[in-house]
Design a protein around this ligand. Structure first.
Ligand code: OSB
Ligand code: MG
Length: 370
């Protein structure tokens, strides 16, 4: 596989509903779209870095810089036997997993299209459909939260995740349990607590949550291991897992019982498959996280979620919760039983609508192999 051309676009799309986490509220989504061409086919990757460095240290501007100056020159014109070789070829660039992932994932799509197989097959996935859950942000009132949950349960979603932070935690969970009973429920703190909050977090134990996601610092392993010994609710790590090696350390330390896989956070599909396999070998179930992706990144997530150890419903939900219209046709939809079929056409298996991409574009760069 040889990539002849790489195009970078900075896009902005308005969100259907604002999304609020412990680090703030967003009303629209800025992200990069990477297009790679080679041997008559085209592959697409979506960069999940956000406008602000609050979830991770990367931003749309840092990813643009790193891809343009460092990733593209190492990928353009290079002969790769397989897309799993792309991430190792970028090892000299420290970190910047989201920048690397956007290009690496576009290379996987390109490869799958060249082979004429769905991306899920190229990745080693076996499921024909994935179980879908939703992530519900912090709302203005508990009433508004209850309304959202009612809507999502009616749509068929297989589990509800609510965002929590100090001041929006025990009361919110208490309300959900008393109004909705024993639904599959979890919480995501996005690093909003300290180890000194352990006794407060232990008060969540009586609500029988599936897990608490990333309660402590974005780069912490050791305190999570201490916290896990003090609470019964299983800890799931998101932000802390930047590499397969850190995941190994976290598993050995007992810092988590579940891992959320986001390919953007670990450098792409290749590292995600390795992380998935590591977790499977240690009996750690995984699920696929979400980063408010357009239909392009969402399709990548669906294909990756078809691997066997994605046994828990992920945050990969229907397009219409985020963007109307989405950048792809048909939009990604969830069936009444809460599943999403894995596309079967070659590569991502979704059709990108060029004039919707053009309308959302704020900047373009075009790079070619020399
Ligand atoms: O922590 O999983 C997270 C969105 C942006 C940044 C971080 C996270 C999220 C979500 C949204 O929870 C998941 C989604 O619906 O795409
Ligand atoms: Mg999270």
């Amino acid at each position: 596989m040889r990539i002849e051309r790489l195009e970078l676009r900075l896009l902005r799309l308005p969100l259907v509903h604002f999304f609020e986490t412990s680090f703030g509220r967003v009303h629209d989504r800025t992200f990069l779209l990477v297009t790679v061409d080679g041997e008559g086919e085209t592959g697409y990757g979506e960069c999940v870095a956000e406008a602000s460095p609050y979830y991770s240290s990367e931003t749309t501007e840092t990813t643009w810089h790193i891809i343009e100056r460092f990733v593209a020159p190492r990928v353009l014109g290079t002969e790769f036997a397989h897309p799993r070789d792309v991430f190792p070829a970028l090892a000299r660039i420290r970190g910047h997993q989201m920048a690397k992932a956007a290009v690496e994932m576009a290379a996987w799509d390109l490869y799958a299209r060249q082979q004429g197989v769905p991306l899920s097959r190229a990745l080693g996935g076996t499921r024909t459909e994935i179980a879908s859950g939703v992530s519900i942000g912090i709302q203005d009132s508990l009433e508004q939260l209850a309304d959202k949950i009612t809507t999502e349960l009616a749509a068929g979603y297989r589990r509800i995740k609510i965002k929590i932070k100090p001041g929006w935690d025990l009361d919110a969970v208490e309300m959900v349990r008393s109004r909705f009973g024993p639904i599959p429920l979890m919480v995501d703190a996005n690093a909003a607590y300290r180890l000194s909050d352990a006794s407060h977090l232990a008060r969540l134990d009586r609500f029988d949550l599936m897990m608490i996601e990333q309660p402590l610092d974005y780069d912490d392993v050791a305190d999570h291991a201490t916290l896990q010994r003090q609470i019964q609710t299983p800890i799931c790590l998101d932000e802390s897992i930047h590499t397969v090696k850190i995941a190994e350390e976290a598993i050995h330390a007992g810092a988590c019982r579940i891992i959320n896989i986001k390919p953007g956070r670990v450098g792409g599909h290749g590292p995600s498959v390795r992380l998935h396999d590591l977790c499977a070998a240690h009996g750690i179930p995984v699920w696929h996280g979400g980063m408010l992706e357009s239909g392009i990144g969402r399709a990548h997530n669906i294909h990756l979620s078809s691997l066997a150890n994605f046994t828990l419903p992920g945050d990969v939900a229907a397009s219409k919760r985020y963007y109307q219209p989405d950048l792809v046709e048909p939009p990604i939809e969830v069936r009444p039983d809460g599943t999403i079929p894995v596309p079967t056409a070659p590569g991502l298996g979704v059709t990108i609508v060029p004039d919707r991409v053009a309308r959302a574009t704020e900047r373009v760069a075009d790079m070619r192999a020399t």
